[in-house]
Design a protein around this ligand. Structure first.
Ligand code: SF4
Length: 505
């Protein structure tokens, strides 16, 4: 029998979420380092370099690896011989831990959770409640596995109830290309097979709590069907050529995890949940001896990269940029931006579109400006802005035609690809779409030298800001002719992988 005290449990949860906000798991850093070494696509290699540089900077600065600090997910296995010295419920204790972690004054994390999801969608302000999965098992300790899951990857989860004779691999290989680069690969795929629909989804998520070990599995060989699937999917998903950030390349997944469970004779439920470049999870056990302690990883775990982001990049002065300038850019060009950009994402775009539709004056002048899709973390100490990486661009697709046609805006900066509607609008209005690396939020923030709110202050992280940037690294994803790297890159690398040995663990 062991007794877990309320304050120890809450403290452990809080410390764990702070820890994973700035430390990638060591197995993930090493796997990403190997992906960097092996990568043959220059664009993907550059993106992986930025992810690794960002990871090390976050570890050193104790600031989030990504501006999306995730929704808290917690798996608990509670021993049947555990006694709680607590007045709060387990859910309440987890939520109190999450609250403390996300409102930490030295490293505040972004509160992304909204209540009333199909109504007012109002921020809960402290990222609670967590999503908690509990199981009661034999034993006298509590096993805690937790993760901070980013919205970009969570929203690319997939589920289907296949027929018993359907091929799981075929279905997954059909789904992954539809996820594009929005889930910020390279990362991991969690797969749940069997049970009932909700069981398959939970297994897919839980499978991601394990460390990357595909290399070991390859060496020792599979012992069951789930392990066979892991190896087959790892090879075949990487052969799709999607690559880092969807730019085309050898590494799309660093590992594939599979959990399965008996199911009904008439069906085969299958779920996929991806883990992104901001893979953040941790496991610890409580046995009544006090709160969990977490040891900071040695910086020796990060590869020593001698990467000059300026090499091969064009420097752009945003203060003199016009359509004549953007027309010289080609899809795939790497740029370093210096000058002023505006920010705005979902809610700000909706308001701007409504004002335009009503024939009213806009609160900001977008003429000859680029708009950056971002919702930064609040700054601390001498920061002008907290981690400020790009958010998913496709959510702004429906506004692209209006924005380019009605505001004089030159284009956008965001994460990964645009949909066909937005690419057509870009081509029609000779706009551009640039990408910054999703999951490199702290590195991007270091290039922001000034920030001030210009409009819609009430939208918080979604307010329209003016950023003063210096040498902000971006890549031209869609040029003024409508040429799109997220189309051409994966096509090129899928074809190349067909002719060169597929990446192995
Ligand atoms: S790395 Fe990409 S998907 Fe992951 S949390 Fe950050 S922006 Fe979202």
């Amino acid at each position: 029998m062991s007794t877990i005290r309320q304050q120890d449990f809450i403290q452990s949860i809080a410390d764990a979420f702070q820890f994973i906000s700035f430390y990638h798991p060591v197995d993930f850093i090493r796997a990403m380092g190997r992906a960097y070494e092996d990568e043959a696509s220059p664009a993907a290699k550059n993106a992986i370099a930025q992810i690794l540089m960002n990871s090390r900077m976050s570890a050193e600065g104790h600031r989030p690896v990504c501006q999306d600090t995730g929704i808290a997910v917690v798996f608990l296995k509670i021993g049947m011989n555990v006694r709680w010295d607590a007045t709060m419920s387990v859910q309440e204790m987890v939520d109190e831990g999450v609250r403390r972690a996300y409102t930490d004054k030295d490293n505040p994390l972004r509160a992304s959770v909204l209540a009333d999801p199909d109504g007012a969608r109002k921020s809960t302000r402290d990222n609670t409640p967590a999503v908690v999965h509990m199981e009661v098992v034999p034993g006298d300790h509590v096993e805690v596995k937790l993760a901070a899951k980013g919205g970009g990857s969570e929203s690319k989860s997939r589920f289907a109830v296949l027929n018993p004779s359907d091929d799981v691999v075929e279905w997954i290989l059909g789904q992954v290309p539809t996820m594009g680069g929005d889930w910020c690969p390279p990362g991991m795929l969690g797969v749940g097979i069997g049970g009932t629909p909700e069981k398959a989804m939970v297994m897919a998520k839980e499978s991601l709590m394990a460390p990357i070990d595909i290399g070991e599995l390859k060496k020792r060989g599979p012992k069951n069907r789930a392990e066979e699937l892991r190896l087959e999917l790892y090879e075949k998903v990487n052969a799709l050529g999607i690559g880092a950030q969807g730019l085309g390349g050898l590494s799309t997944v660093l590992d594939v995890k599979v959990l399965d469970y008996p199911t009904h004779a008439v069906m085969k439920p299958v779920a996929i949940v991806p883990n992104c470049a901001a893979t953040r999870h941790l496991e610890f056990h409580l046995d009544g001896s006090g709160p969990a302690r977490f040891e900071a990883p040695s910086l020796d775990n990060w590869p020593k990269l001698a990467v000059d982001l300026a090499a091969g990049a064009k420097r752009v002065d945003l203060e003199t940029l016009t359509k004549a300038g953007t027309a010289t850019w080609k899809a795939g060009d790497r740029l370093l931006l210096t000058g002023k950009i505006l920010t705005g994402r979902d809610a700000a775009h909706k308001r701007l579109a409504d004002l335009i539709a009503a024939g009213q004056k806009l609160p900001v002048d977008l003429a000859n400006r680029l708009i950056y899709y971002v919702g930064p973390v609040d700054p601390v100490r001498d920061e002008v802005v907290g981690p400020a990486g790009p958010t998913t661009s496709r959510r702004m697709d429906k506004f692209m035609d209006t924005m380019l046609a009605q505001t004089g805006m030159l284009g956008s900066i965001g994460k990964s690809e645009r949909g066909a509607e937005a690419v057509a609008a870009i081509k029609r209005h000779k706009g551009v779409h640039l990408i910054a690396v999703g999951g490199a939020a702290y590195l991007v923030a270091k290039s922001i030298r000034g920030a001030r709110v210009l409009a819609f202050d009430d939208l918080g992280m979604e307010a329209i800001r003016e950023f003063d940037v210096r040498d902000m690294p971006v890549t031209v994803a869609v040029d003024t002719t409508g040429d799109a790297v997220h189309e051409s890159g994966p096509r090129e690398w899928r074809s190349k992988i067909g002719r060169i040995p597929v990446k192995v663990a």
